[in-house]
Design a protein around this ligand. Structure first.
Ligand SMILES: CCCCC/C=C\C/C=C\CCCCCCCC(=O)SCCNC(=O)CCNC(=O)[C@H](O)C(C)(C)COP(=O)(O)OP(=O)(O)OC[C@H]1O[C@@H](n2cnc3c(N)ncnc32)[C@H](O)[C@@H]1OP(=O)(O)O
Ligand SMILES: NC(=O)C1=CN([C@@H]2O[C@H](COP(=O)(O)OP(=O)(O)OC[C@H]3O[C@@H](n4cnc5c(N)ncnc54)[C@H](OP(=O)(O)O)[C@@H]3O)[C@@H](O)[C@H]2O)C=CC1
Length: 518
């Protein structure tokens, strides 16, 4: 059997979502580890005032591609951008481009999606379901297509506790929903969304479940694999440890904790934190692409589903993550922290609300007051409101456990040669969590916040300043309380003297007992 790299040699690959977090890592790995791949056709739209070509040029300058650039400075010649807006009919691909794609593509990786948890249902349906349907019908016309790989999520069926590597019946027949939503007013859709999504937490997981069903329905004679990653985090090993470029999932939470903004969050200490490094997901995806074709003649009738998770193989818990995140940011502080990093997770609603009031809202109010008094625009309350919205949406995933079967992932690994297992490593048993979390946090500092590691001494100095401010603030508060209560009330004074004399008694007792033992 050919190696994975040999299998991709001479192939034309189509990638959707190539400008996204996973799409970029997929492109980088293909270019680096499968250097004989013929071309990567990527569907890209213009965005935020940048044309398609400007976006692609910017992307290729990204640090992520440093190793590829070193190996092959002309790697950009292999990247062929195709203008496409996935929410438009026919994916807004020109007839000439359709002609090119249908005549040359050998493998499709469908990564594009909206991953926002608060996406209005109609838009999530348009992108995650209808665009998938349209891409599949384009794929049906591709004359040399060998495999179609759809990226789903392990949480597509998060309404179940145990999730096998099968496509479950959809919550609703996708075609019926598409037809109904087509004529409905946005406000009506908004009203019925909670009823429709039922026991799923958001439109994202709901539409990803529908997309899996569409993939199954429209698969026809295609070779299909569905990859279901859990919470995709920074890279573990490749192209270098700690690569991350966004605030999604836990990254934004880690940053908020590192900046000393986040002090409390609802999560269960003992729940498994099913993080999966992005390079692991991409290695599995590339291996699955190759193997879904190799097993063409023996393949099952339906798409092969790969749950790509860590919890059942090498579990790590949110409580442990909290510990390692805090420890890393104390040793490698972020610049200009709001307070010293000290975040705690709790599964108790009331305790969390108490700390939100004391550790989030109260300091935000004081800081905004200070900003107002110094003639600046208040901003802290606004930041906290956004943070509360985000943690409110994420808490569902950090407060409970799921159990994913990963037989297909294990089976795929056992089919690879020793060389492929090394080059396309997705064996998460080897993952050392404390080291991974440390690199992850440092990655958020370096690549998301663009902070320089050489500034760490200044950041430490800033934390010392914050500590001194806190001591001063606490002293002032104590004196204030003493003035208001102790000095004015006889009862408070009696309690105060009682506490002080108790302290003295304890002190003299300890001093006496330590003298005796000498
Ligand atoms: C220390 C203790 C740690 C313990 C950890 C405990 C728990 C971990 C928590 C969660 C883990 C669970 C994750 C579950 C993932 C499920 C897996 C998946 O399948 S899907 C992929 C995950 N999807 C997401 O994560 C998307 C979630 N995000 C959203 O839905 C939205 O972004 C939002 C949270 C609703 C916020 O929307 P809003 O409109 O308010 O903001 P924007 O997204 O438009 O962002 C605006 C702007 O701000 C930047 N930004 C975003 N977050 C932050 C942040 N935390 N700090 C600073 N800045 C932030 C963002 O980049 C935008 O910038 P710009 O305008 O320049 O692009
Ligand atoms: N990140 C995670 O934790 C997880 C992700 N997944 C899945 O992995 C896949 C990739 O996720 P990730 O890379 O993190 O997501 P990103 O949000 O980083 O990337 C999304 C990609 O989709 C593209 N896209 C979005 N809307 C359109 C549109 N209308 N037309 C054309 N392209 C569009 C984006 O392009 P543009 O740059 O133009 O916006 C971008 O390239 C998704 O299918 C997601 O469901 C699964 C589990 C976890």
């Amino acid at each position: 059997m050919a190696s994975i790299s040999e299998w991709y040699a001479g192939k034309n690959v189509l990638i959707t979502g190539a400008t996204g977090f996973m799409g970029k890592v997929l492109m980088e790995k293909l270019l680096r580890s499968c250097p004989d791949v013929k071309a990567l056709y990527i569907l890209v739209r213009p965005k935020a005032g940048q044309s398609m070509s400007e976006r692609v040029q910017d992307m290729m300058m990204c640090k992520l591609f440093d190793r590829v650039r070193e190996d092959n400075p002309d790697f950009h010649q292999k990247i062929i951008p195709i203008s496409s807006e996935l929410t438009q009919p026919g994916l807004a691909i020109s007839p000439e481009d359709v002609q090119t794609l249908t005549s040359c593509i050998n493998i499709v990786f469908h990564c594009a999606a909206t991953i926002r948890f608060d996406e209005p249902l109609k838009h999530a349906l348009q992108l995650n379901v209808i665009a998938t349907q349209q891409l599949l019908s384009l794929a049906q016309q591709m004359q040399h297509l060998q495999a179609f790989i759809h990226i789903s999520t392990a949480y597509a069926n998060c309404n179940r506790r145990h999730i096998d590597e099968v496509i479950y019946p959809p919550p609703v027949e996708p075609k019926k929903l598409i037809d109904s939503l087509e004529w409905m007013d946005d406000s009506i859709i908004c009203d019925i969304t909670p009823r429709l999504i039922g026991d799923r937490p958001n439109t994202y997981t709901y539409t990803k479940a529908l997309a899996e069903c569409v993939v199954q329905q429209e698969s026809g004679k295609l070779n299909i694999a569905i990859i279901r990653p859990s919470i995709v985090g920074a890279s573990w090993q490749e192209p270098f440890p700690g690569w991350i470029d966004n605030f999604n999932g836990p990254s934004g939470i880690f940053i908020a904790a590192g900046k000393g903004i986040l002090r409390t969050m609802r999560a269960s200490n003992d729940a498994v934190a099913d993080l999966i490094p992005v390079d692991v997901v991409i290695n599995l995806t590339l291996a699955a692409g190759c193997c879904s074709h190799v097993h063409f003649y023996f393949r099952p009738k339906t798409a092969l589903v790969y749950n790509c998770t860590t919890g059942g193989i090498n579990p790590f818990h949110w409580g442990e993550i909290e510990h390692h995140v805090m420890s890393t940011f104390k040793r490698n502080p972020l610049e200009q922290a709001f307070r010293r990093p000290n975040a705690n997770i709790t599964s108790n609603y009331l305790i969390n609300q108490y700390w939100i009031l004391v550790s989030h809202k109260f300091p935000a109010l004081i800081y905004d007051l200070f900003l107002r008094l110094s003639g600046q625009k208040p901003q802290m309350m606004r930041i906290f409101n956004r943070l509360h919205k985000a943690i409110g949406l994420l808490a569902y995933f950090s407060s409970q456990d799921w159990e994913w079967n990963s037989d297909n992932m294990n089976m795929l690994m056992s089919q690879l040669s020793a060389d492929d297992r090394r080059t396309f490593n997705f064996d998460v048993r080897q993952l050392n969590w404390p080291e991974y979390i440390e690199n992850y946090c440092i990655g958020t500092k370096k690549y998301v916040l663009n902070e320089d590691m050489s500034d760490i001494p200044a950041a430490r100095q800033h934390l010392r300043k914050l500590r001194n401010i806190r001591y001063t603030f606490n002293t002032v508060l104590l004196v204030f309380i003493w003035r208001v209560f102790i000095a004015r009330s006889q009862m408070a004074r009696n309690i105060w003297y009682f506490v002080v004399s108790l302290c003295f008694k304890f002190l003299s007792y300890f001093r006496a007992s330590s003298t005796l033992t000498q």
